[in-house]
Design a protein around this ligand. Structure first.
Ligand code: HAM
Length: 416
């Protein structure tokens, strides 16, 4: 037997209706916020992520699925959605259309990580990107959108953390102060954080290692180093969040794992799904489009892992409705009756009724058992008497009522 590769999962019908429901709700919420769908390729030139996500990040250093194609080009399966969307924004001249461009995507992503609950090598993101505005209200709108979506689904127990990591003007000063503070403790940092010390000192702040946590507990806070512009921006984000009643906590240790962020960063975190509790993460990335060769356009967005979202839905006790259920099952009792069932099912399917009929030559008792498994609302029995009279014996499986219904009236009888 050949198994699926480690860190990947098959999505089977017993679960696929949950994904469809989440995706449908995502699309509906996006529509209400004026956000349109974008689909970018599954793979990009590796450079998009080297320049976009950044060479100092775990994603680029350790986790990318990178290979040379037959033409000798370095190709990478997308580890996240933002860099590809920014590339598409530039390539398709979207800066010349009405801005901001408000885009969403539902896409698979690939990261070579150690699989565990909520962490896969192929996973799926629902994300949005708002491109072309530097205003703080659009950061708040991105956050409000995520909150609205979670509320619509009935997700409970998420905490929203926000922070500002400043811009290239103020972050440099902060990094110096942080390194000054950490210098004397350098030898006590974990090996990864010792690597981060020069390349990406901010990441030391969200290290999960207990020793590193103790060392950084009293470290200087980025929020005390923001320049006036970044401070005003961060204040405004909070004003807009307060306006719409979004509860949040300021957490100066939220720094995110990708290099492109500037100013606002945020995460929605659950305590109920184990170690991989960050369901949604995002922020502003004012340098990304320029970094990828575009104009000086700003952006903000987020992505949430759909697998993690489903874990949180389960932990919240949400019963996801199965909208794929068959409503009518035909139970023919012989070959001629089956021919009739076959034609009737087709007629009703054309009118939008989800029907099924026997394809296994089961006896009538087994057919009822099967119909029960399908969870149908009605069973239409066709025996020789019914065939002669041009009717079906229609059983309502919810209340047990039975009635004879002429073929011509069947649609009316089952349509809701
Ligand atoms: P990220 O924090 O790397 O951000 O990923 C976003 C979300 O994807 C995470 O919060 C998590 O739910 C999910 N995720 C990440 N890695 C895995 C994995 N290995 N298995 C399962 N789920 C995972 C980004 O990707 C940014 N592009 C978000 C963004 C959009 N920022 C601005 N715009």
């Amino acid at each position: 037997m050949i198994n699926a590769p480690k860190g990947t999962k098959d999505l089977l019908p017993i679960d696929s209706y949950k994904w469809q429901y989440v995706e449908k709700t995502a699309r509906e919420t996006a529509k209400a916020f004026g956000i349109s769908e974008i689909r970018t390729p599954t793979f990009e030139h590796t450079e998009v992520f080297l320049r976009g996500v950044g060479e100092g990040t775990d994603i680029v250093n350790k986790e990318m699925y990178t290979f040379n194609d037959k033409g000798g080009r370095s190709i990478t399966l997308k580890p996240e959605g933002t860099a590809g969307v920014a590339r598409a924004f530039i390539e398709n001249g979207m800066a010349n259309t009405a801005l901001p461009a408000k885009l969403f995507y539902i896409t698979q992503c690939f990261r070579y990580e150690r699989p565990q609950a909520g962490r896969l090598r192929e996973f799926h993101q629902f994300g949005i990107e708002f491109l072309g505005s530097k205003e703080a209200d659009i950061d708040a709108e991105a956050i409000l959108f995520a909150k609205t979506f979670f509320d619509k689904l009935g997700v409970k127990g998420l905490t929203l953390y926000i922070n500002s990591i400043g811009c290239k003007n103020c972050r440099g000063k902060y990094e110096e102060a942080l390194k000054d503070y950490l210098k004397s403790q350098y030898d006590n940092l974990c090996p990864l954080c010792r690597e981060r010390f020069e390349k990406n000192p901010l990441r030391i702040l969200d290290c999960k290692n207990e020793d590193c946590k103790i060392i950084t507990a009293n470290a200087p806070r980025i929020l005390d180093y923001l320049c006036d512009e970044c401070q005003t921006h961060f204040d405004k984000v909070q004003t807009y969040l307060n306006l719409s009643g979004v509860e949040f906590k300021i957490n100066a240790n939220i720094v995110r794992g990708l290099d492109y962020y500037t100013k606002t960063v945020f995460e929605f975190v659950s305590e109920n799904i184990g170690a991989q509790g960050t369901v949604c993460g995002g922020g502003r990335y004012d340098g990304l489009i320029k970094e990828l060769g575009g104009a000086d356009e700003k952006g903000v967005g987020f992505a949430m892992g759909i697998e993690r979202l489903l874990l949180v839905l389960e932990a919240s006790g949400v019963e996801i409705p199965n909208e794929n259920k068959i409503s009518l099952y035909f139970a023919p009792m012989g070959e001629k009756e089956k021919e009739k069932a076959f034609s009737l099912a087709y007629e009703l399917r054309l009118k939008g009724i989800a029907c099924e009929l026997d394809h296994m030559s089961r006896g009538i008792k087994a057919q009822f058992k099967y119909a029960d498994k399908l969870g149908v609302k009605y069973v239409a029995v066709i025996g020789s008497t019914e065939l002669e009279k041009g009717v079906v014996k229609l059983k309502n499986m919810q209340n047990g009522n039975e009635e004879e219904v002429a073929y011509a009236n069947l649609y009316q009888a089952v349509k809701d």
